[in-house]
Ligand binder design. Structure first.
Ligand SMILES: Cc1ncc(COP(=O)(O)O)c(C=O)c1O
Length: 396
């Protein structure tokens, strides 16, 4: 029987960390800040837009190739800023990663480490591309790919893995010139302020201060909707101060621990997890579950929400995208596994997941996807073939 606490919930945004929690999230004594390199914009989108304008002016960039599986809100922002963004097929299940096949002068390629599932092996996959590469490490900013990257530029939306209201990190592993972010705009300060208020109230709620969940939820939703809507600028000063105290390696360790514990408490999750085992040193961003159909996914999601587990959908993509890509987004859900969850929180979440999955399984079968299920197409096939042979895999 699990302990019942009416203020218990699992998922959604980070709460603001309690003062006593922060010391465990800091770099080891004497190491200094992890975030000594690069520049910091207000959001990941601001970092990308700032970089793209810099690339247009100084490197002749004209077109941004983007993975078919990518955050639609980011794509809208970039396209509304006037960028032509052809897609190449790359999904969390593509292994090795998909890449564009026909590059032209002025092309730049965006790559993504989906859910932190790609490790150091991903570094060389794009080595043959004769153009600048930007990598998005929002899901594991201190993973082996991010640390060993040789790309022209890397970006990360910081609030995806760090308990911060805002922030977009831009750095250059190959020491290219970086654009300098301006001050945070008034609009951005307002957006981040709403998020800080929501995160703080969520922390209070979790500690048992009795007000309705909707109070902090509304603040978080309003802040999130406003973030990234104005012109690119810097971070909120409270967030940039906090950032210097946080160590992404410490946060990654907590995610790994919670991920392992979830599977120990609920081995049934393995049947619904699209990957078994990650490359060395990788940290999963979240628990990702894939179902046989969207209907089944939605039933699980509704049942989890009823039990106060709040999954995210990453991402619902426009139907115009490559069908395999859209399909993954439509049949999956993710559950955060961040630092704030205690062993008993994780045990309770696992108990609920077990109950819900057992319940819905009775009404419809789950479907386990194979990694590498998405076949590369076009000219890249030969390249992939070579890579796959080296990895002891076959091309479907
Ligand atoms: C993978 C990824 N990269 C970048 C971004 C953009 O980050 P931000 O919301 O901080 O602008 C997002 C956003 O939502 C994202 O999911």
């Amino acid at each position: 029987m699990m302990a019942s606490n009416i203020f218990w919930e699992f998922g959604g945004d980070f709460p603001w960390p309690q003062p006593l929690e922060i010391s465990a999230l800091m770099p080891p004594f004497g190491r200094g800040s992890y975030f000594r390199k690069g520049v910091f914009f207000g959001t990941g989108r601001a970092a990308m837009l700032g970089l793209l304008e810099h690339g247009r002016a100084t490197r002749g960039w004209r077109r941004l190739w983007t993975p078919s599986y990518f955050c639609p809100r980011v794509m809208d922002t970039i396209e509304q800023a006037g960028w032509n963004c052809p897609r190449y097929v790359d999904t969390p299940l593509s292994g090795p990663a998909g890449l564009p096949t026909h590059l032209e002068p002025g092309d730049v390629v965006l790559r993504m480490n989906f859910f932190g599932w790609r490790g150091a092996e991903a570094i060389s996959w794009a080595a043959h591309l004769d153009c600048d590469v930007i990598e998005d490490h929002s899901h594991d900013p201190s993973g082996p790919w991010a640390i060993g990257s040789r790309a022209a530029y890397c970006v990360a939306s910081l609030r995806k893995t760090l308990p911060l209201p805002d922030g977009g990190w831009l750095w250059s592993p190959s020491a290219q010139e970086l654009p300098i972010p301006g001050e945070a705009t008034d609009l951005h300060l307002r957006a981040a302020g709403l998020k800080i208020a929501g995160m703080t109230l969520k922390q209070h709620y979790r500690a048992g201060v009795p007000f309705p969940q909707k109070v902090f939820r509304e603040l978080l939703v309003r802040g999130e909707a406003l973030l990234g809507t104005g012109s690119p600028g810097g971070m909120h000063p409270l967030a940039s101060t906090m950032l210097q105290l946080l160590c992404p390696l410490a946060l990654a360790e907590r995610r790994r621990k919670n991920f392992t514990a979830l599977f120990e408490h609920a081995p049934l999750l393995k049947q619904h997890s699209p990957v078994d085992g990650l490359p060395p040193g990788c940290t999963p961003f979240a628990l990702v579950l894939v179902f046989e159909s969207t209907t089944l996914r939605d039933r699980v999601r509704a049942a989890l929400i009823e039990q106060r587990l709040y999954p995210s959908l990453i991402w619902s993509l426009p139907q115009s995208q490559n069908p395999q890509t859209v399909d993954f987004g439509n049949r999956s859900l993710t559950l955060p596994i961040h630092f704030q969850y205690s062993e008993s929180d994780v045990a309770q979440a696992a108990h609920t997941l077990r109950t819900v999955l057992n319940g819905v399984e009775a009404g419809g079968k789950f479907h386990r996807l194979e990694r590498n299920a998405v076949a590369p197409s076009g000219e890249n096939r030969d390249f992939y073939k070579g890579e796959l042979v080296q990895r002891g895999q076959t091309l479907v």
